[in-house]
Ligand binder design. Structure first.
Ligand SMILES: Cc1ncc(COP(=O)(O)O)c(C=O)c1O
Length: 402
C-alpha cells in the first residue's frame, strides 16, 4: 500500500517516540526517570479544573462556533492587550486544539507548493513538518550556542529569496529556551515589508521566561507588521493544560478566516468544556502561573549546577521554556557511543533515564533535558546520567587496553 505523496515528506513526531518508549518501559514496571517530557508536571490549577467541571454540570457540552466561544476569544484579546498593549478584536482570533493546531491551520491557509518558509534550527520539529505537509519548502537557519541560540536577523534575512512566503519564529524556543530579541524581530519585520513576507510567531512558552528581559514581540509585530503577522499561543504550558487542548491564533481577519475554514473541515471547534476552562485560566487568578515559574527557575538553576560537575557537558543557560539543551559531543567518539541518538537510546535502555536526542531537533551532538519534573527526580536522573557516563569511560578504557 502506498500513502499519499505528501507523507513521504514527514514522519511522526520524534519527540513523541521517546515518550512512547519510556512509557512502554514504565508499563513493564521499570522505574524510568522521565526527562523527555514536553509538558508541565504540575496539575492544572484548581480554579481552572472547577470551571471545566462546572461546564459539564451545566450541560455546556455541545458544538461551539468553529472559531471558539465569544468569551474565550475576548479573554485572549484582553490578555494580549493587558500583557503587551496590542489591540486585537474577536474576528482576529481563532481558538484551536492547542498551539500546534493554530500553527497547522496557518500553514495550510498560507503556505503552498513553490513557497519557501524560513524557520530556525535547533527547533521544534512540528514547525518544519507542517511546512512540508503544506507542500512548501522549509529553509532552515541555524542558531548557535555561543550566541545563546538566539535567532539573528542577519542570518534570517540572508535566507530570503523571491520565493520566501513566510518566516516562522518560536520564542522562547523549544528545545533551546532561547529568545529572539525585540531588535532582531523588528529588523526582520522592517526588512521584509516591501516583499510582504508573513511573520508567524510561536509564543507557546511566552509565560515561561525566567530572566528580566523585555520580550514584547506582539508589540513589535503590531507596530511594524500588523497586516502580515500571526501570533500563535496556548494555555498548554503556562497553565499546565496540555491535555485540555487549547490554543489560538491572532492575526488579520483574512488569515484567521482561512484558518477557520481549515479547522471547519478538520477538527471543528475545540471542546466546549476546555474553552470554558481556558476563559478562567486567562482571566482568573494568575498566582499558580507565578508559582510554577518560580519552581521551574529553581530547577533550571539547580540542574545547571549539577551538570556543571561534568565539564564535558556544555550547557547554555536558557532564558525560557523548561528545557536544557546541552552539547554532549565531547562524550561521543567513533569507538564508543557515536551519536547523541545512540547516547539517548543507551541511557534509556541501561540507566532508565529518558531524554530526547538532539537529532529530533536537527541538532546532532545535543540532548534535550526537560526540567518539568520534581527536583528529587531531576537529581535521580542526573546521578544516573553521571553513573552512565562513568561506565562509558570505563568501557572506553577497557577497549583501549585490549
Ligand atoms: C515550540 C512549541 N510550539 C507549540 C507547541 C504546541 O503546544 P500545544 O499544542 O500543546 O499548545 C509546542 C508543544 O510542545 C511547542 O514545543
Amino acid at each position: 500500500m502506498t500513502l499519499a505523496g505528501r507523507m513521504s515528506r514527514v514522519g511522526s513526531s520524534p519527540t513523541q517516540q521517546v515518550l512512547l518508549e519510556a512509557n512502554r518501559l514504565a508499563r513493564q514496571g521499570v522505574d524510568v526517570v522521565d526527562l523527555g517530557a514536553g509538558e508541565p508536571d504540575f496539575p492544572t490549577p484548581e480554579h481552572v479544573k472547577a470551571a471545566g467541571a462546572a461546564a459539564i454540570a451545566e450541560d455546556f457540552t455541545k458544538y461551539t462556533p468553529n472559531a471558539g466561544i465569544a468569551e474565550l476569544k475576548e479573554a485572549i484579546c484582553n490578555w494580549y492587550a493587558a500583557k503587551y498593549g496590542v489591540e486585537y478584536v474577536r474576528g482576529e482570533a481563532i481558538v484551536t486544539a492547542g498551539g500546534k493546531q493554530a500553527l497547522f491551520n496557518v500553514a495550510m491557509a498560507l503556505f503552498g507548493p513553490g513557497d519557501e518558509i524560513i524557520t530556525h534550527v535547533p527547533g521544534w520539529p512540528s514547525i518544519v513538518d507542517q511546512i512540508k505537509l503544506s507542500g512548501a519548502d522549509p529553509v532552515l537557519v541555524r542558531t548557535f550556542p555561543d550566541e545563546k541560540f538566539s535567532v539573528r536577523a542577519e542570518r534570517v534575512l540572508e535566507a530570503v529569496t523571491p520565493r520566501t512566503r513566510a518566516i516562522v519564529i518560536n520564542s522562547p524556543s523549544n528545545p533551546t529556551g532561547a529568545l529572539i530579541t525585540e531588535a532582531d524581530l523588528e529588523c526582520i519585520a522592517r526588512e521584509t515589508e516591501a516583499a510582504g513576507i508573513w511573520l508567524v510567531i510561536d509564543l507557546c512558552y511566552e509565560q515561561l521566561i525566567y530572566d528580566e528581559v523585555s520580550h514584547n514581540l506582539p508589540r513589535v509585530l503590531f507596530e511594524n507588521a500588523r497586516d502580515r503577522a500571526v501570533i500563535a499561543g496556548s494555555v498548554s504550558k503556562s497553565y499546565a493544560m496540555t491535555g485540555w487542548r487549547c490554543g489560538w491564533a491572532l492575526g488579520p481577519t483574512k488569515i484567521i478566516a482561512g484558518a477557520n475554514a481549515v479547522q471547519s473541515h478538520s477538527t471543528s471547534s475545540v471542546s466546549s468544556i476546555t474553552q470554558r476552562a481556558a476563559v478562567v485560566a486567562l482571566s482568573g487568578s494568575q498566582t499558580a502561573v507565578a508559582e510554577m515559574l518560580c519552581e521551574y527557575r529553581v530547577r533550571r538553576d539547580q540542574l545547571i549546577a549539577w551538570l556543571a560537575e561534568e565539564p564535558r557537558i556544555k550547557v547554555v543557560r536558557p532564558a525560557g521554556a523548561f528545557y536544557l539543551f546541552p552539547d554532549i559531543s565531547e562524550l561521543l567518539s567513533p569507538e564508543g557511543v557515536r551519536t547523541s541518538a545512540s547516547f539517548a537510546t543507551e541511557l534509556l535502555a541501561r540507566s532508565h533515564v529518558a531524554v530526547t536526542a538532539g537529532e529530533a531537533f536537527d541538532a546532532p551532538g545535543f540532548l534535550r533535558i526537560s526540567y518539568a519534573t520534581s527536583l528529587s527526580r531531576l537529581k535521580d536522573g542526573v546521578d544516573r546520567l553521571k553513573a552512565f557516563i562513568a561506565a562509558l569511560d570505563c568501557r572506553d578504557k577497557e577497549d583501549l587496553s585490549m
